[in-house]
Ligand binder design. Structure first.
Ligand code: SOE
Length: 389
């Protein structure tokens, strides 16, 4: 039987747009999805850059008018891969036009916007998803399996860090990632949200937070000719004029979670030596796990009872066996996968949910709950108090 077709409009063509475009192609070619994927329209503001992206990634059409695109009757699903300040407006318009929506993280820049997005998504009956892609790293899914099987027992503590260092150079220009009106926040919304979501996925919800945020470099050169990812490389020439940074460079959090779990978290763009290290450690009375995105094919697992004390220790599971989550789509055992497959897994599951008329997680409600934790953290850091959720 012929597979149904899902016609996609992707809003955004830079770093995330490139990843999503690549992921659609991987899903179609390698993951046997339950639909045919039509890369219908790629949308953005710069038509010559769009044209180049269209040719490279195989989109049928381009458009510089997202309002017209989400209203088209020949589009089934809208994928939002632009900075956070545009998420709510585009998602609400797409849902109102009866489209399924995948929205990049963080879901919105404010809790009020996130709540409005949840209301609209639930009322629409369409499949909605927020792009916390790291949930779908095979080793993270394996961690979830081990926890579901009770192998960690009663969980005591969780420790999560997301460490990058690209902003430690004060000459990195003032791109949108340093602008609260566009990005919502700095390391908190961009990086810590991944850790918060992974914690919610593996351990549970947040009850109380106490936070501290800091901005090390308060003024940065204005970008002369910005065309990159905003991560400080990609040949951006800074100018002689400077502007103010109004987001956090680092945020640290102490938290209580449901079930009496204690959490310690940190996100920073100033951890010199670390490029993209998302590390999560979970400790229970029967065992522990440790995941590090810079070694994303591996899960460290410690089982309290299996060995005599002198032989105990963490062991490394290479999560590439065909029975490990998602690995049936990829290569022979030990032939590792990378960052991009997490987006392919996310898009595969979103499209499968659309075809089967089923919900998928993380959905807009997960995105909104994460935003509630972000709000509590920002308010705790600003007022220097503990905030309950
Ligand atoms: C940049 O800091 C960034 O690309 C984030 O925006 C992504 O969400 C994260 O996956 C990697 O770092």
């Amino acid at each position: 039987m012929e597979k149904p077709t899902v016609r996609i409009a992707l809003i955004g063509y830079r770093f995330m747009g490139k990843l999503h475009s690549h992921a659609y192609n991987m899903v179609q070619q390698l993951m046997d999805p339950p639909c045919r994927i039509e890369l219908a329209v790629l949308c953005g503001r710069d038509s010559s850059a769009l044209k180049a992206a269209q040719e490279a990634w195989g989109w049928r059409e381009i458009s510089t008018d997202w309002r017209a695109v989400v209203a088209r009757t020949d589009i089934d699903a809208v994928d939002i891969a632009v900075p956070g300040n545009a998420h709510a407006e585009i998602a609400l318009a797409a849902l109102a036009k009866g489209k399924h929506v995948l929205c990049e993280k963080p879901l919105a820049n404010t809790l009020a916007d996130a709540e409005a997005m949840v209301d609209a998504a639930e009322a629409s009956g369409k499949v909605h998803m927020v792009g916390f892609n790291y949930r779908r790293a095979p080793a993270v899914q394996l961690a979830r399996r081990l926890i579901d099987e009770g192998r960690l027992g009663k969980i005591f503590q969780v420790r999560g860090t997301y460490l990058q260092d690209w902003a430690a150079d004060p000459n990195v220009p003032l791109t949108w990632r340093f602008d609260r009106s566009v990005a919502g926040s700095g390391s908190l919304g961009d990086l810590l949200t991944h850790v918060l979501d992974m914690t919610r996925f593996l351990v549970g919800d947040f009850e109380e937070v106490t936070a501290l945020s800091h901005t090390f470099v308060a003024r940065r050169p204005l970008p002369a000719n910005f065309s990159g990812t905003g991560l400080g490389h990609a040949g951006q020439a800074a100018s002689d004029s400077f502007g103010s940074v109004d987001v956090d460079d680092v945020t640290a959090v102490l938290a209580r979670l449901e079930g009496g779990v204690i959490g310690v978290f940190e996100a920073t763009r100033f951890a010199t030596g670390f490029k993209n290290a998302l590390c999560l450690e979970v400790h229970g009375d029967r065992g522990a796990i440790r995941f590090d995105l810079e070694r994303m094919n591996e899960l460290d697992y410690y089982a309290v009872e299996t060995e005599e004390p002198t032989r105990q220790g963490f062991r490394r599971i290479l999560a590439t066996h065909p029975d490990h989550p998602y690995m049936q789509y990829w290569w022979p055992e030990g032939h590792i996968v990378g960052y991009d497959v997490t987006f392919a897994h996310e898009i595969h599951d979103w499209l499968s949910a659309i075809i089967r008329s089923q919900p998928v997680s993380p959905d807009f409600t997960d995105g909104m709950r994460c935003q509630a934790v972000v709000d509590a953290i920002a308010s705790s850091a600003q007022k220097r108090v503990t905030v309950s959720l």
